[in-house]
Design a binder for this molecule. Structure first.
Ligand code: SF4
Ligand code: SF4
Ligand code: SF4
Length: 461
């Protein structure tokens, strides 16, 4: 099926609706009969635009002035959750906002999703994350929390987040998370103002028990559109630093870039065994990842405003399978320098940035410092990466198979492959729980002390 390129003529401003004549139609009926070849392994859900903060870079332009009007109600959210679980019974579901803790039904929704098989995590600014709230989230099966810390300097953090006392409240939340034993990720948005602090932030995060340190690069969308982004060579320098930090904390805490898949180029240059290479990038948006807005629109990722479908008018499965936006991201050829780049199979550039800057979802990501030369052969991605299906070939004991099924679909292929490789190397013909315990340290992210939420099963730490 030929997929039209996704280009719009107007400047992006908030969510673009497919009803707009500037966009291609949302659903191409012929595609409805296509078999499902891609699964949504990770779904980010912005449950609200309300937020107690008003950060300078916020992609969804959240703030205290928004009301709950227009947000999907609890029963509609549950209906959508059921539709998501029908498409993928074991997704990672990121409940976010705005500030998701402002939704009184957050726990009810998390419980519904978790009981249905999703691995539920909550993305929050952390300022409202009291011990009582942590307990209630844990009680409904939430497996992890991502909190935002942009600097350990209160003046910087509070100014960037537009909230006096924000840093103090978030640091208090981290202490509670640690005390209660709920996994957490530290998320930092890098700018010229804090890039010199990343190593210290990583050290602080590791020391405080974070399972991951994610560094976000600003995408010029939402309020981020008003920020002056770092130059490509500055991005490059930060990415190089992150590859170094990843090596330092490997086995203890993951270190990754977000919205800057060019990290893969540096990971390849720095270390052929890097676990970062287990990620399937090209960027996963629309391929194994999507976002739901507070009003029920589906987009490729939180930073991409192009609407793939409307959950008040079509089911999640219909949109996932038939949206022209998703078809284009899955099968369309990249343009500009990303299209001729040797790293396009492992990087592919940020599609949200390409759209924000050139109104073309498949266009070049000009935040990248690399200029393809045409002299280097195409760099291939690993055969099995996160999100790739891998059919078991060995005999699995029922209890081992059940444990495998309980982990998120996102990592299942990589874990299956690793376990079988490990078993074969030792001459085991059958995988049972003993083999799984033995293989634990050989998993894609080698957490020597305990498994993070995306690899652990209830009760196993
Ligand atoms: S970035 Fe997060 S904390 Fe900041 S305004 Fe947006 S939703 Fe709120
Ligand atoms: S489009 Fe950009 S922001 Fe969205 S998932 Fe891909 S890399 Fe991340
Ligand atoms: S040119 Fe595009 S595909 Fe190549 S490294 Fe840069 S962002 Fe990635």
């Amino acid at each position: 099926m030929a997929v039209p390129p996704l280009r719009t003529t107007g400047a992006p401003s908030g969510l673009l609706d497919v009803a707009s004549p500037a966009l291609v139609p949302m659903v191409e009926p012929a595609a409805a009969t296509n078999p499902r070849t891609r699964l949504p392994h990770v779904i980010a859900w912005n449950l609200t635009r309300r937020c107690n903060l008003a950060c300078a870079h916020c992609y969804i332009s959240a703030g205290p002035w928004h009301s709950a009007a227009g947000e999907l109600n609890t029963s509609t959210c549950k209906r959508i959750l059921d539709e998501v679980l029908e498409v993928n019974p074991a997704p990672v579901l990121i409940l976010s906002g705005g500030e998701p803790l402002l939704r009184a039904d957050l726990e009810e929704l998390a419980e519904h999703a978790s009981a249905g098989g999703a691995t539920v995590v909550v993305g929050t600014n952390g300022t409202r994350l009291t011990e009582a709230r942590i307990r209630s989230l844990m009680a409904v099966g939430v497996k992890g929390v991502a909190v935002s810390i942009d600097s350990l300097d209160q003046r910087y953090h509070d100014r960037f987040r537009h909230g006096e006392g924000a840093l103090g409240d978030t640091l208090a939340a981290v202490e509670c998370l640690r005390a209660r034993g709920l996994d957490f990720i530290v998320q930092t948005t890098v700018t010229r103002g804090n890039r010199g602090e990343l190593a210290a932030l990583a050290a602080w995060s590791a020391e405080h028990g974070a399972v991951a340190f994610n560094v976000y690069f600003v995408v010029p969308t939402g309020r981020g559109d008003r920020m002056r982004a770092m130059e490509p060579d500055e991005n490059d320098a930060v990415l190089r630093d992150l590859v170094g930090l990843e090596r330092i904390y490997r086995g203890r805490m993951m270190v990754r870039s977000k919205c800057q898949p060019q990290l893969m180029r540096h990971a390849l240059a720095g270390d052929a065994d890097s676990p970062l290479l287990n990620y399937e990038t090209r960027c996963p948006c629309g391929i194994q990842y999507c976002r739901i807005t507070p009003e029920g629109k589906v987009t490729p990722c939180p930073y991409t405003p192009v609407t793939a479908g409307d959950l008040t008018k079509a089911s999640f499965g219909e949109i996932w399978d038939t949206s022209v936006v998703f078809q284009s991201l899955r099968t369309g050829a990249l343009g500009g320098k990303c299209g001729r780049c040797e790293f396009r199979a492992v990087c592919g550039g940020c599609r949200a940035r390409a759209y924000a800057e050139g109104h073309d979802l498949l266009g070049p990501d000009e935040s990248c410092a690399y200029e393809p030369t045409g002299q280097v052969p195409l760099i291939q991605r690993r055969a099995v990466t996160y999100g790739t299906a891998f059919e078991a070939e060995l005999d699995w004991a029922p209890e081992a198979a059940a444990r495998l099924k309980a982990i998120p679909s996102f990592v299942r292929g990589v874990v299956t492959q690793r376990v079988e490789k490990f078993a074969r190397e030792r001459g085991y013909e059958r995988v049972d729980l003993d083999v799984m315990v033995e293989v634990r340290r050989a998993m894609p992210v080698d957490f020597s002390k305990r498994l993070p939420f995306f690899l652990s099963k209830d009760g196993e730490r």
